[in-house]
Structure formats: C-alpha cells, structure tokens
Design a binder for this molecule. Structure first.
Ligand SMILES: Cc1ncc(COP(=O)(O)O)c(C=O)c1O
Length: 346
C-alpha cells in the first residue's frame, strides 16, 4: 500500500524506536520525567517562548489554548473557515471554551489583517465579544500553504490593536520553516500560544508541545489534568519527539519536493492541482469536483486508486488530498502517478 492519506500515517523508524526503548523516564504528572522536561525546554526555545507543555495531541493543544483565552459567555474565535478547530475537533471550541465561531474566507487558509479588522466587532451589549484569533501554519485544507511572515506580522499587529488573544496552530510549522527559511521562533514567538505536532511530518507516534508564557502554561496544566491529558512515564514517547527534532526536520524538504513532483504529474494527467508550497497536494480529477467528499468518492477516483494500492483522502469541498511524508518516498510517488494514469486514462 502507498499511503498518501496523511502525514500522520508514518511508522517510527528503527532509530526512533531505539531512542524510545532507551529513554530515561519518571512520573510526568509530578514534573519528574527527565525526557519530557528536556523536550519541553527544547521546544520552548525553538518557538521563542518562556515555557512549554507536552500534550498527547495537537487537538488538545488547540482546545486547551482556546480554554486559556476565552470563557463561556459570548466570546468569539476568529479563524479561517477551513481551520482544524472548525472542521475536525468535534465542536470542541463550543464545548471547552463556550466560543462562537467567526469564520473568515481566506485565500487557501490565509486571511489578511484587513479581513481580521473587518471581523472584529465593536463593543456592544448586543454583539459577541471578539476574543481570540487563530492562524494555521501551514494551512491543512489550504494545501499546505505557508503563511508569509509579513502576513503573520500584520495579523498579529491588528489583533494587538483590538486587544485579541492570538493562537498559532503549528501542526505543520516545521514544514513552513523548512520551506521558507524563516525560523520557528520568528513565526511563533509573538503569539500568546503556539504549538507543534510531532505526529505529522516529524514522524513520531505520539505527542505535541504547547508553548506560552510561564503563567499561561501553569494554567494550561490545570486543563491538561482536567481533560485527562496528564501522563506518567511519558519520556517513552517524548524520546520519539526529541529524535524527530534531531533527525526529521531538514528531511521535510524531500517531502516538499515529492509533493511538487506529484502535483506536476497529476496536472499532466489533466487534474486541476493547487501548486503545493509544502507536502500537501489538493486536486480535482478531470471530470469535475463533487458537491461533497462522498460525491468525489462516488466519482470513483479515490476508490479506484485504493484498488490499485494508493490511499488518498478527500477534502470537505469535494476534492482529493494527497500528503507526502517519511514513508512515501520518490518511488512511491512515481508508483502513485502510474496508478493515477491507469485510472484516468484507462
Ligand atoms: C492543522 C491541524 N491542526 C490540528 C490538528 C490536530 O492534530 P492531532 O491529530 O495531533 O490531534 C491537525 C491534524 O491533522 C491539523 O492538520
């Protein structure tokens, strides 16, 4: 099987498994796990923040951050319409932070400071209170688009001018860093909360790290405990994350190049392809886009590819998504293109 379903599909490498097997561990809930502490210190420094917290998943990083920034009672979260907390966190912003959603129509997930300013509501007894803005770097459903640093800075300045809290969903921040040459701290340091995921392109089996001020991280600990996200001997998994930082960052450039080759091949086969900045290729096979994911699937492309051993996924707007990663090398991409040629030109 060639698995282009997502960059979450990787197997830990032999080297990562060795690092996991030999990790020093102790009770993380008591702050005693040396490997987890090392990981937290390293990611805080990488992202330019004072403190950090190891969490089981990126979803929990988003949800705890929103809980830190907002309270039930009419607060509003401003973010792109395709952002993960809207489409794939089970309505968590409403449940965990009582947030209303103010969705923006960005360009492939990137919105402007003007759009943000226009969305902020004046103070009034009638309106929800604009409270927090969230940026997704890179944009998942926007096809792995990198937010340019100037766009990030403009949004942060607009947010500050309106006294909004700021949050960075950095599930694929390191892809943006490798693609752009901008450091993680430059992208993430000025947000109130920012995190990176280790189970995407970095190829670890478990874990994400949330960064913020010491004060916010102390408060985040409370929600981590409440949500059941505290660990015991978590050095076992933190070791995989440390290994990923040492061995799997620069190599993301290979995933980006493989995505570019895949996109070019699909375009040559008549697909309407969004040129990827990083490792996510979103495309519509010739014959048009369905009204929904189910309809695209009904159109048969995803199933036909699966029958030929290539796993893909759909987007909420009815297109197809292919994601390159550690376990999908150039020959896998070439095999996937051969399968697509069979399906489309048969
Ligand atoms: C942009 C984005 N944010 C958040 C998440 C959630 O991360 P996790 O799967 O670690 O909960 C994902 C996962 O696909 C994502 O793509």
């Amino acid at each position: 099987m060639i698995n282009l379903y997502s960059d979450t599909q990787t197997q830990p490498t032999e080297g990562m498994r060795r690092a996991i097997a030999t990790a020093d561990v102790a009770d993380e809930q008591r702050g005693a796990d040396p490997t987890t502490n090392r990981l937290q210190g390293r990611v805080a420094e990488l992202l330019g923040h004072e403190a950090a917290l190891f969490l089981p998943s990126g979803t929990m990083c988003n949800q705890i951050s929103l809980r830190l920034h907002a309270r039930p009672g009419g607060d509003e979260l401003i973010l792109d319409r395709t952002a993960h907390p809207i489409i794939a966190e089970a309505g968590g912003p409403a449940w965990n932070a009582g947030l209303m959603i103010h969705a923006l129509d960005g360009d492939r997930g990137v919105f402007s400071a003007d759009q943000l300013r226009a969305a902020v509501r004046p103070a009034s007894r009638y309106f929800p209170r604009s409270r927090v803005v969230s940026v997704e770097q890179t944009t998942n459903m926007g096809g792995g688009r990198v937010w340019p640093l100037e766009a990030v800075r403009a949004v942060l300045a607009a947010a500050r001018a309106h006294d909004l809290r700021t949050h960075l969903d950095g599930a694929r921040l390191m892809n943006a860093v490798v693609a752009s040459g901008v450091s993680a701290a430059e992208y993430a340091g000025a947000f109130d909360t920012a995190w990176i995921d280790f189970t995407k392109g970095l190829g670890a089996p478990v874990g994400a790290v949330l960064c913020a001020s010491r004060e916010l991280i102390d408060e985040a600990w409370r929600w981590k405990q409440q949500m059941g996200g505290a660990f015991r001997q978590s050095g076992i998994v933190a070791a995989g994350c440390l290994y990923a930082l040492d061995h799997h960052v620069e190599r993301l450039a290979e995933d980006h190049e493989n995505a570019r080759v895949l996109a070019q091949g699909l375009a040559e086969l008549g697909c309407e392809v969004v040129a990827p900045d990083t490792n996510i290729v979103i495309f519509a096979p010739p014959g048009g886009v369905g009204e929904s994911m189910a309809e695209t699937a009904a159109g048969g492309f995803v199933e036909a590819m699966e029958r030929r051993g290539v796993e893909l996924s759909g987007t909420p707007d009815g297109r197809v998504r292919a994601v390159t990663h550690l376990d999908a090398d150039r020959s896998a991409v070439e095999d996937a293109l051969r399968a697509a040629r069979d399906v489309l030109l048969a």
